[in-house]
Design a protein around this ligand. Sequence first.
Ligand SMILES: Cc1cc2nc3c(=O)[nH]c(=O)nc-3n(C[C@H](O)[C@H](O)[C@H](O)COP(=O)(O)OP(=O)(O)OC[C@H]3O[C@@H](n4cnc5c(N)ncnc54)[C@H](O)[C@@H]3O)c2cc1C
Length: 385
Amino acid sequence: MDFALDPTQTALQDSLRRYLESEVAPLVDEYEAAKTPVPRAVVAAMRDYGLIGGLLPEEEGGFGLSMLTYGTLVAEVARVWPSLRGMLSVSNLAASVLAGAGSPALRAKYLPRILEGQAICCFALSEPGIGSDAANVQTRAERTASGGWRINGRKIYITNGPICDLGIVFVRTVSDDGVAGVSCLAFESAMPGFSCTPLGKMGMHCCPLGELLFEDVEVPAENLIGEPGQAFSIAKKYLNIGRSVVAFSALGIAESSLEAAVRFARDRVQFGRPIGSFQLVQQMVADMMTMVETSRLLAHRSADALDRNAPDNTTLCAMAKRHASDAALRVAETALQVHGGAGYTSLFPVERHYRDARHLSIGEGTNQIIGMLIAQSALGLSALR
Ligand SMILES: Cc1cc2nc3c(=O)[nH]c(=O)nc-3n(C[C@H](O)[C@H](O)[C@H](O)COP(=O)(O)OP(=O)(O)OC[C@H]3O[C@@H](n4cnc5c(N)ncnc54)[C@H](O)[C@@H]3O)c2cc1C
């Protein structure tokens, strides 16, 4: 088995890494401390590296990248600025749903702005009363006299909510009956009746999160994505991609934490020697290195399964997400320990890595829910329904 990236992937990775380190990394500390959203120009610049619409086919204006190439680029962004990674991933997820299942009229209306980096999207599924039980959507949309849809309800913990231009929202339209009654609509944040309240959070301070309120928001008929009642069958494919993306993001944060720990362990002297020469510190470095590598292997396996459309891609994406997100947190925590008191201060990046990694085991399905999906693939028994 050859686990190496090919020369094109390596060249893309190298050029993105050079750009991020010279142009983006110098902004991170100041912006994160001020909790200011990542500047639009920084988001838009990522288009040149395949990070806006990277997975979309070239005929749709995307880059037609494989999941392995795209995931490799995602890990690079997460290594430097997880907030930027979060904004891009969610916006791309919404764009993929629009491109994959939207009508030609809808794609023509919204995709060019998104792909040129002029519009940022959100993906609104979670609600105050429904999280893991996502099929129980309560936000409603009813037909208007003109054939469009009127949306009423609340969505919560929505990445990009406070700054989004466009979004896709999961709404109950057809019936009260589970997933079969849920449809997907595109909306614009400038539409009358839409508002968003920003939410404070533990990390990723430059990737805004919000609670959305829809009060009689009217969208035209063409904003229905797919057929009524199809929202979850459309979303399923993209949720697998989303989980693989989380695995690559976790890998990026874990790599960054490991690099910081190694740097510190070489420099910091106690008892007249670099602390990296002590066996207990070396054990911590060995643990971190192993977790980075197992995360990389599973992230690559999930990408390969998606690229081949392998039958087990759902399980592999779930395993990669669950393992890499848990591992990233442990690596960040261990890196913080290697730093001693310095690790707890904002003078070093590891306390930020720890905070930024923490949400990865919650979003895109909590690791408990994901664990049940994985087990179900072997047992044939569902713990949930
Ligand atoms: C930073 C961040 C960004 C997010 N961005 C988005 C976004 O852009 N769009 C969006 O739609 N959502 C988003 N979310 C929401 C996220 O998807 C949900 O938080 C997640 O699905 C869990 O739902 P919940 O928070 O309601 O937790 P709950 O479902 O209430 O779960 C609470 C706890 O109970 C456990 N639990 C629940 N049911 C079971 C069960 N049957 N068996 C065992 N344990 C169970 C869970 O594992 C968890 O530990 C985001 C969340 C965060 C933190």
